[in-house]
Design a protein around this ligand. Structure first.
Ligand SMILES: NC(=O)c1ccc[n+]([C@@H]2O[C@H](COP(=O)([O-])OP(=O)(O)OC[C@H]3O[C@@H](n4cnc5c(N)ncnc54)[C@H](OP(=O)(O)O)[C@@H]3O)[C@@H](O)[C@H]2O)c1
Length: 293
């Protein structure tokens, strides 16, 4: 069994990876208070001690508003620490996988999804810090991976607030839900991220990859799909425009967030990533399994 060193194993994405891939790898996921990724001595010691086959960096300041308010922390977690991990990993010849985001693009495209080769132009402090992190990680070794995605939703409840859980909670509480009519997205369930990461690291083909559902929707269509599949009250859904919804937010948001998944599907096959409907159904099935067990 190969060994994977996972930083950020308690996070929204990291915990899913840990849970879903632990039957296929020996996953070592030190807690934040055991290994602080901003500490060079901590990072060097754990990599030297474990000498894993792969390292996954699932740490990050992932809140777009917090990153705008706390640029130093965003720089530490999204740029400096992954640079440090990448340097130490490269000294042992270990490939590093770094998660990134659609926020490296400005979201002004209209006709087709963003490809890996499209010009980046981040608007928010978060997007800028993630782009810097990507560039450093890829400059250190071309064995490394950058995996961008948008709006990951976990398949089991997680302490970190995320879009899908917030919507489901609002439906359950009978609250009005505002769906954005003109934001284009392809959210991904964390189980698809885990499976894609597993297949990708097996290829050994480093580089930048986009992950997401294989189709796309507007934000309000996604909410309607959740309502249909979970059998919630459609009347709670209200329409709102992108401009109106995000007015007054600390950080600029992106309107067109659809990421093209063709490159990764050519590498790992067409059976791993799901459509949005399939992803939500999988999510529902996992929830039912958890409730019954
Ligand atoms: N969530 C999204 O919408 C989204 C979208 C696209 C890309 N991404 C990217 O995916 C990655 C994971 O995001 P996420 O949403 O899973 O983040 P998250 O839920 O906030 O998890 C962050 C993880 O990092 C750990 N951590 C924080 N500071 C640390 C430090 N100094 N040393 C060691 N561990 C530390 C946290 O542990 P503690 O909680 O114990 O501090 C937690 O396990 C990030 O790089 C993010 O940019 C996320």
């Amino acid at each position: 069994m190969k060994t994977v060193l996972l930083f950020g194993g308690s996070g929204l994405v990291g915990s899913g990876i840990k849970q879903l891939l632990s039957d296929r790898y020996r996953i070592i996921a030190p807690a934040h208070d055991e290994v602080d990724v901003i500490r060079s001595d901590h990072v060097t010691a754990i990599i030297e001690q474990i000498q894993p086959n792969n390292i996954i960096y699932a740490v990050g300041l992932a809140s777009i508003d917090r990153a705008e308010q706390e640029p130093e922390l965003a720089n530490l977690l999204n740029v400096k620490a992954p640079a440090l991990v990448a340097k130490v990993a490269a000294s042992f010849g270990i490939p590093l996988l770094y998660f990134s985001t659609n926020a490296v693009f400005d979201g002004t495209k209209k006709n087709r999804p963003y490809k890996e080769t499209d010009k980046t132009n981040p608007k928010s402090g978060y997007g800028k810090s993630k782009l810097m992190g990507e560039q450093i990680v890829m400059n250190i070794s071309d064995k490394n991976y950058v995996v961008r995605f948008i709006m990951p939703y976990p398949t089991t409840p997680h302490k970190r607030k995320n879009f899908t859980w917030t919507i489901l909670d609002a439906f359950k509480e009978g609250k009005e839900i505002y769906g954005i009519t003109d934001q284009v997205i392809n959210p991904i369930c964390v189980s698809d991220i885990a499976e894609a990461v597993h297949a990708l690291i097996a290829t050994g083909a480093g580089g930048i990859y986009h992950l997401g559902a294989t189709d796309y929707v507007t934000n309000i269509e996604f909410i309607k799909k959740l309502a249909r599949i979970f059998n919630f009250n459609f009347n709670l859904i209200k329409e709102i425009s992108f401009e109106e919804f995000f007015r007054g937010k600390k950080a600029p948001r992106t309107k067109f967030c659809w990421l093209d998944t063709l490159k990764i599907r050519k590498k790992i096959g067409n059976n791993i990533l799901h459509t949005i409907d399939e992803g939500i159904l999988l999510f529902k099935k996992n929830l039912e399994k958890d409730t019954n067990s």
